[in-house]
Write a protein that binds this ligand. Structure first.
Ligand code: AMP
Length: 214
C-alpha cells in the first residue's frame, strides 16, 4: 500500500505515520526527519537545509525530489510506503506522479488529516522533541520526567526552532499558500480521504484504517 499523509504542521502526521507503518509493515518516510538527521550529521545537505528549516521556509523542490527519488528506489519500499511531509508543493506532486509511473505504481491513497489552525498552533508551541531520538511529546506527557520515554536519554527535551511561535506562523502561511494547492491537485484526481485530526491518537488511527479498508 502506498500512502501520502497530508495535513498542516502539528496535525499528527508523524505520529499517525509511525503507527500505520508498524501496523501495515511498510516504511515511514518523513522528509522532515530525513532533513533533521542530515542537519544532525552536518552532511552537505544538512548544512544547506539548516537555515531554511529554522526559518520555517521550504527546502528547494529539486533537492526534495532528489531525496524522495533515492528513498523510494530502496528495496524496503517494494511493498509500499507512507510519505509524511512530501509532496508539499505542486511541483513536488507532479514530480512524484512521474516517479510513481517509473516505479510502476498506479495508485496512491492520500489521507488528509484536518484540524483547526488555532488548536494546532497551541499544540506545536507546547510540544518538545527529544534531542537523541527525535520523538515528539506534548508538555503534559513529559511533565516531571527527566528521561525520554522512548530512548531513555536524560534531559533531552527541547523546543525545536521551527516550533517557536513566529516560525510556526510562517509555516502556516506557507502551508496555506503553497501546500494546500497539493490537496486540490489530488482532489481533482479524486484521491483524497479526509479525517478529523482532533481526538485521541488511537481514535484518529482507527478512523484512518476504517477509511482505508472502506
Ligand atoms: P516537517 O517535520 O515535515 O514539518 O518538516 C520540517 C521542515 O523541513 C519544514 O519546515 C521544511 O523546512 C523542511 N521540509 C520537510 N519536507 C519538505 C518538503 N517536502 N519540501 C520542502 N521542505 C521540506
Amino acid at each position: 500500500m502506498q500512502l501520502i499523509l497530508f495535513g498542516a504542521p502539528g496535525v499528527g502526521k508523524g505520529t499517525q505515520a509511525k503507527i500505520l507503518s508498524a501496523k501495515l509493515i511498510i516504511p515511514h518516510i518523513s522528509t522532515g526527519d530525513i532533513l533533521r538527521q542530515a542537519v544532525k550529521e552536518q552532511t552537505d545537505l544538512g548544512k544547506k537545509a539548516q537555515e531554511t528549516m529554522n526559518r520555517g521556509d521550504l527546502v528547494p523542490d529539486d533537492v526534495m525530489v532528489g531525496i524522495i527519488k533515492e528513498r523510494l528506489n530502496k528495496l524496503d519500499c517494494k511493498n509500499g510506503f507512507i510519505l509524511d511531509g512530501f509532496p508539499r508543493t505542486k511541483i513536488q506532486a507532479v514530480a512524484l506522479d512521474k516517479l510513481l509511473k517509473e516505479l510502476n505504481i498506479n495508485r496512491i491513497a492520500v489521507i488528509n488529516i484536518y484540524a483547526d489552525e488555532k488548536e494546532l498552533i497551541k499544540r506545536l508551541n507546547s510540544r518538545r522533541a527529544c534531542k537523541k531520538c527525535g520523538n515528539i511529546f506534548s508538555l503534559e506527557k513529559i511533565d516531571g520526567l527527566d528521561k525520554c520515554p522512548n530512548c531513555d536519554t536524560e534531559n533531552s527535551f527541547y523546543l525545536r526552532d521551527d516550533d517557536k511561535e513566529d516560525v510556526i506562523r510562517k509555516r502556516f502561511k506557507i502551508f496555506k499558500s503553497t501546500t494546500i494547492p497539493v490537496l486540490n491537485y489530488y482532489q481533482e484526481r479524486g484521491k483524497v480521504i479526509s479525517v478529523n485530526g482532533i481526538g485521541s491518537i488511537e481514535d484518529v488511527n482507527d478512523l484512518i484504517l476504517a477509511e482505508l479498508w472502506n
